[in-house]
Every structure is written in structure tokens, then in C-alpha cells.
Design a protein around this ligand. Structure first.
Ligand code: TTP
Length: 197
């Protein structure tokens, strides 16, 4: 696809996965990372939390890059109304994955767009993920790969964490960190992206 864009795009993310996903659109963008501390956010619902964090990341970068379009995102795993953040220890990773085993959870990614004129737009994409029944030995073996630690919920569907997943309903790329299909729709609506005809 040959999209064009009339604003300079900045991806406010240090995630290599988000960079790869945005590169699929074949449009120029640069990366400026934010220094937001996610735990400082207090709100009532997971949807509000993830939206607020995505906005904070985008606003933090917008302060330094005025007159450009900023894309910020945040991904969380929600199980039984509880947010499972990136695990900070092997014990926590095992705890997360033991909860998720054999059950369904939701992966929510919020995307915040701040346009060159300062207006803010957000949306949340939700993907439902069903995990297989997993033995404690398989959980331990996966945690020992080190893969869980930079990932919400403690797994990566795009890496060896794929063996934990039975099925998903919704956008796969949303689980990996950036729902590009809905993002493109939103950017077309906002006339940030244009089609060649
Ligand atoms: C569930 C799941 C999450 N993840 C990742 C996506 C996100 O990068 C990460 C959640 O952390 P985030 O805080 O959303 O993002 P990040 O810290 O990696 O990057 P930045 O804040 O700079 O944009 O978990 C996967 O890669 N695969 C998965 O299957």
C-alpha cells in the first residue's frame, strides 16, 4: 500500500515490536522514547488505566516534539479484572502464567495519537486469548528462557510463548503491541494517512 502522510510521525515507544509493526505501513517515522513511570497511574478500570498510560507516553514525547504527530501505546493483560503487568521476578512470571493456564484473558492495547495541532485521540483494542492447560514444568521451562520479563502478562505470543496459546479472538498484532488495522482506520479518518486514489 502506498500511504502518504501530511504530518511528521513519531512513535513514542522503545518496543522493537511496535517499531516493526509500524514499519509494515511503509511510511516514514522516527522514534522518540518516553520516560513515563506507569505505576504512577491510578484509575478505576483497566480500560481507563491503559488509555491513561498511552496518553502519558504520547504527551511526554509531544512536549519535546511540538508540531509533529505522536503515536503512543500501552499493552496490558487483564485476567479476572486484574491487570497482570510485566513480571519483575521468576516467581511473579510463574504466578502470572499459572493464573492464565487453561483460562481466557484479555489483551488490551490503548493507542494515543497527538496531532500536530495538539488534539488528542485515543482508542482501545481488545483481543481475547485462551491459554492451553500448561504443566508447572512447561511454565518453569518457559520462564527460564527469560522471554516473559519485558512482556505484559509474562508471555510473548510471537516468541516461544506461542506454545502456551490455544486460540485467540481478535487482532493478533494487538497482542504483540500495536493494532495496526484499527490504527490505519483511525489515521485515515483523521486524514493523517492518505490513499493514493
Ligand atoms: C501479551 C504480549 C505482550 N507483549 C509486549 C507488548 C509490549 O511491548 C509489552 C507491554 O509493555 P508496554 O509498557 O505496553 O510497552 P513497552 O514497555 O514494551 O514499550 P514502550 O512503553 O516504550 O512503548 O508487552 C508482547 O510482545 N507479546 C505478547 O504476547
Amino acid at each position: 500500500m502506498n500511504f502518504t502522510t501530511n504530518e511528521q510521525l513519531i512513535l513514542a515507544s522503545a518496543s522493537p515490536r511496535r517499531k516493526e509493526l509500524l514499519q509494515m505501513l511503509n511510511i516514514p517515522f522516527t522514534i522518540v522514547t518516553s520516560d513515563v513511570v506507569e505505576t504512577s497511574v491510578t484509575v478505576d478500570t483497566a480500560r481507563e488505566y491503559v488509555t491513561e498510560v498511552a496518553l502519558l507516553k504520547a504527551r511526554d514525547v509531544a512536549k519535546r516534539c511540538q508540531g509533529k504527530c505522536i503515536i503512543g501505546a500501552d499493552t496490558i493483560v487483564v485476567f479476572n479484572n486484574q491487570i497482570l503487568h510485566k513480571p519483575v521476578s521468576e516467581e511473579e512470571a510463574i504466578e502470572h502464567l499459572t493464573k492464565l493456564a487453561g483460562n481466557r484473558h484479555e489483551v488490551m492495547t490503548a493507542v494515543a495519537l497527538i496531532l500536530a495541532d495538539g488534539t488528542e485521540h485515543t482508542f482501545v483494542e481488545v483481543t481475547s486469548v485462551l491459554f492451553k492447560e500448561i504443566s508447572p514444568q512447561l511454565i518453569k521451562a518457559y520462564v527460564q528462557t527469560g522471554d516473559p520479563f519485558d512482556k505484559a502478562g509474562g508471555y510473548g505470543i510471537q516468541t516461544s510463548g506461542a506454545v502456551l496459546v490455544d486460540r485467540i479472538e481478535g487482532d493478533y498484532n494487538n497482542v504483540v503491541g500495536l493494532p495496526i488495522a484499527t490504527l490505519v482506520q483511525k489515521m485515515l479518518t483523521l486524514q493523517l494517512l492518505k490513499l493514493p486514489f
